[in-house]
Design a protein around this ligand. Structure first.
Ligand code: 5AD
Ligand code: SF4
Length: 336
């Protein structure tokens, strides 16, 4: 049997509680009870692409588009730092306004004003841009490959190239980033073999961060109505991934919580060790809708962070006080 077969068996095994428990134990061995908080700032919902699953796709006319100013982004970061967060994730659609030059300015300002570790989640760029952004001080780059199945990828991401997406992930690594990627679970047409190959690919890519979330059909997209509840399936993929990639940082995706009030807790008990409270200013939050059911639409950044902290305590875990860098870097870097 090869690894692929093993993964397939695990994913098919009806006794998921056993797999969740093993993943939980693996998480505990590597990370103990510590949960990392990363503040998520969704700084632009403008996107040049037309992914079939995503509410922010260019051709969705119902989205009220926004772009946070440089000052707003920096002030959100300062607030994050003042609240005691050690790291932020700057996420946006593929918005041509935020060129490498603009991002460099933002990144260096954040670095000069705070001690935050910065993760970028801004999509595909030319190779040289990843190097520039790393040079400017960003620490990590996150970009899901979404599915390892090339046919599904081109069906649902018609204006991206599968090959190029993996080139980008390689370039991020070459530029010196801590690199994260991930998938959606439950895309129409995705089967267990395909998910098993996704997990194999996580290992091959040797990722520092892995994000796994359920697909949720958005009514204003070509995949409208293609819904099933993908929560259990996503939790299972998360758990098997934790067992196979013990050292990766893995967030409890907010899409899990969108499907059930227990979603995040279940994820943290099935291998996840990271939570990403949304600290986007409230006035923009409801315009950044990738999928319906998004949580914390009207809470302030202070509230989302406080709720995350209470939640971590309530399940007997504790907030990590360090940066949550990739484990392979632990000895190299004591601060951002
Ligand atoms: N359901 C779940 N996740 C989605 N994403 C985009 N659209 C959806 C959806 N309908 C995820 C993709 C993307 C990330 C930013 O959000 O995986 O990489
Ligand atoms: Fe744009 Fe990302 Fe949505 Fe695709 S998934 S449409 S690239 S924001």
């Amino acid at each position: 049997m090869n690894k692929n077969d093993i993964i397939e068996i695990l994913l098919k095994d009806p006794d998921e509680d056993k797999i969740f428990a093993e993943a939980d134990l693996t998480r505990k061995k590597i990370f103990g009870e510590e949960v990392h908080l990363r503040g998520l700032i969704e700084f632009s919902n403008i996107c040049a692409r037309n992914c079939h699953y995503c509410g922010l796709r260019k051709d969705n006319p119902f989205v009220k588009r926004y772009r946070m100013s440089k000052e707003e982004i920096i002030s959100s970061c300062k607030q994050a730092w003042e609240m005691g967060l050690k790291s932020v994730v700057l996420q946006s659609g593929e918005d041509g306004y935020f060129t490498a030059r603009v991002m460099e300015e933002i990144i260096s300002s954040i670095k000069s004003l705070t001690g935050l570790a910065i993760t970028l989640s801004i999509g595909e760029m030319p190779r040289a841009d990843y190097f520039r952004l790393k040079e400017a001080g960003a620490d990590r780059f996150f970009m899901r490959f979404e599915t390892s199945d090339p046919a599904l990828f081109s069906r649902y991401k018609p204006d991206s190239s599968y090959i190029r997406r993996f080139d980008c992930l390689r370039w991020m690594k070459e530029a010196g980033f801590q690199v994260g990627s991930g998938i959606m679970v439950g895309l129409p047409g995705q089967d267990i073999q395909s998910l098993a190959r996704d997990i194999m690919l996580f290992r091959e890519l040797d990722l520092d961060m892995i994000g796994i979330g359920p697909f949720i059909a958005h009514p204003d997209t070509p995949l409208a109505g293609k819904n099933k509840n993908n929560l259990k399936a996503a939790l299972k993929v998360l758990a098997v991934t934790r067992i196979l990639c013990p050292k990766a940082h893995m967030p409890a995706a907010s899409a899990m919580e969108a499907l059930s009030p227990m979603g995040r807790e279940s994820a943290l008990k099935a291998g996840a060790n990271v939570i990403m409270p949304n600290i986007t200013p409230e006035k923009y939050r409801k315009e950044y809708i990738l999928y319906p059911g998004k949580i914390a639409l009207s809470q302030s950044p202070i509230e989302t962070v406080q709720k995350a902290r209470e939640f971590i305590k309530s399940i007997g875990r504790k907030e990590s006080l360090d940066y949550g860098h990739a484990l392979r870097m632990k000895d190299e870097t004591k601060s951002a």
